[in-house]
Write a protein that binds this ligand. Structure first.
Ligand SMILES: Cc1ncc(C[n+]2csc(CCOP(=O)(O)OP(=O)(O)O)c2C)c(N)n1
Ligand SMILES: [Mg+2]
Length: 503
């Protein structure tokens, strides 16, 4: 793994050095002059040095075997797969890493929509999947110097977390954008396909009167998956506090489509709350996440409290806290960020900015153009990045995760994402949102972008893409059948876990 190579090549000293570089020296040291000193002091901690610097340090495992792992376990038996993923990744990596944007652009022409969506079932997906628009993102994410090919790119900027590379030694680069291997990207693509398929299914089941409510993740998936991959690959350990729109986060963390569907249908066996909560809500500590409430922002102080707890226990765990742009107006978010920064807690605030809080546009939510600007007020770094570009999102998220893991404190990573569907299935967005705006937003569909990138890199053929889509479809179909057949929980244990039980 490239990332582990970079990470372990230097040992603890290198990590500290690199993390100091990963901060914007001018910005951060001006605001928090003791940050680097703190990081250096960490080098003296043998336990931490050992935990971070040893090549044997375990990476937090994925509770859910990655799709490529599952494919390998299946003994390359997947029909229609014409190339082994690892080989494809290895062969193609050089080309992709050199000129990904151009490569993607070339490949986008003629890339067909491989929606193997089996029109044979009753479930109607609500969105088009990948769009072969040929549009290529030129966002590099963290520096704000790049412009979209069309010249309409928002000027992403902020306190950059990305390191410089004064020696020009890209191989030793800490935080270079190429740290996600093609194998990782294929895993992310498979998880994105699974999430999108599941999301469309739940939406359809809502329209059929079977699922009470759903808040769609469509358009947010790249940001969500990049965040989980960044935590998984860069933190000694991690824990997440997602919010109601984070189906890709929970899926990546190991919640299966069946488990999610049991929640959406409020069926017995749902693991997060026994189907007594809003879908996707409850706790799965074994999967590394808690999502207790959709009263927006309430989980931010909880996440920070968790981070304080792990610090007090001497553990090196990075906590990821996810919420939307509208949620940033809640007092809880201010309290959480202020406390986290004062105590230099290892938290990354992942802000999924889709420019709407239900019907309220961002311009009525904040008087600034980018939420990340507020980070300065807490003396923490903040960046805004294209959250539909999985590599740019991963880069920004990884820099923040590494900074947190090294004792550099919290950061804000703001993802510019799109919301393709109404706020929830209970919302009618036609009364406040122009259809043309959504059509425009669909050109940034993260699924299509990643499909084109992988195709251009030679890691995804039409056949393999179709096979991956069939596989996602089959998993969601099977989960749907099982969830529909499952009973509702009995009324007898309705109050279980609500109050303390007599012993
Ligand atoms: C404290 C509180 N106030 C209001 C609501 C109603 N509400 C639910 S979601 C939402 C908008 C949140 O928008 P944002 O944070 O941008 O997340 P998004 O849904 O766009 O992903 C609001 C106002 C709530 N759940 N909790
Ligand atoms: Mg929003």
């Amino acid at each position: 793994m490239l990332i582990e190579g970079a990470r372990f090549r230097y040992g603890a000293a290198g990590l500290v050095w690199d993390n100091r570089r990963a901060m914007d020296e001018r910005e951060l040291q001006a605001r928090r002059p003791d940050a680097s000193a703190d990081a250096l002091a960490l080098m003296e901690e043998p336990a931490l040095a050992e935990a971070l610097g040893s090549a044997d340090s375990p990476r937090p495992p994925s509770p859910r075997p990655s799709p490529t792992e599952r494919e390998r376990e299946a003994g390359e038996a997947s029909t229609g797969t014409t190339e082994a993923p690892a080989e494809a990744a290895g062969e193609a990596s050089a080309g992709m890493m050199e000129a990904p944007a151009e490569a993607a652009g070339e490949a986008s022409t003629g890339t067909t929509e491989a929606e193997a969506a089996g029109e044979d079932t009753a479930y109607a997906g609500t969105t088009e999947a990948a769009e072969a628009t040929g549009e290529v993102s030129a966002y590099a994410g963290t520096t704000g110097q790049e412009e979209e090919a069309a010249g309409e790119a928002p000027a992403y900027a902020g306190t950059t977390l990305a390191p410089e590379d004064p020696e020009g030694d890209a191989d030793a680069g800490f935080g270079a954008a190429d740290e996600l291997t093609l194998e990782d990207l294929l895993d992310i693509y498979a998880t994105m396909l699974l999430t999108r398929t599941l999301d469309e299914r739940v939406w359809a089941m809502n329209r059929q009167g079977k699922a009470a409510i759903v808040a769609s993740s469509q358009g947010h998936e790249a940001a969500q998956l990049a965040s989980v991959w960044a935590l998984r690959k860069n933190a000694p350990d991690f824990f997440c506090f997602p919010y109601y729109r984070d189906l890709a986060v929970t899926t990546a963390l190991g919640l299966t489509p069946l488990e999610s569907l049991l929640g959406f249908l409020a069926k017995e066996g749902e693991p997060l709350s026994g189907a007594r909560q809003f879908p996707q809500h409850g706790a799965a500590p074994q999967l590394r996440f808690i999502n207790h409430s959709n009263v927006i922002g309430t989980h931010a102080p909880q996440a920070v409290g968790w981070a304080l707890g792990v610090k007090m226990r001497g553990e090196n765990t990075v906590t990821g806290c996810f919420f939307g742009d509208g949620t940033t107006s809640q007092g809880d978010v201010h309290e959480a960020m202020n406390f986290a920064s004062i105590h230099k807690l290892a938290v990354v605030f992942f802000v999924e900015n889709n420019k709407y809080a239900i019907s309220v546009p961002m311009s009525r939510q904040m008087a600034i153009g980018r939420y990340a600007e507020r980070a300065a007020g807490y003396a923490m770094p903040g960046v805004t990045v294209d959250g539909t570009d999985v590599r740019a999102a991963y880069q920004a998220a990884s820099d923040a995760v590494r900074l947190a893991a090294m004792g550099g404190g919290p950061s804000v990573v703001e993802f510019d994402v799109e919301r393709y569907l109404p706020h929830t299935s209970d919302d009618d967005d036609t009364v406040y949102r122009d259809r043309a705006e959504i059509e425009e937003a669909r050109k940034r569909d993260p699924l299509g972008k990643l499909q084109r990138l992988l195709t251009a890199a030679g890691a995804l053929t039409e056949e393999r893409d179709a096979e991956m889509r069939r596989s996602a479809r089959a998993e969601v179909d099977a989960a749907t059948d099982t969830a529909e057949a499952a009973p509702f929980p009995g009324a007898g244990d309705l109050l279980r876990h609500v109050t303390a039980e007599a012993r």
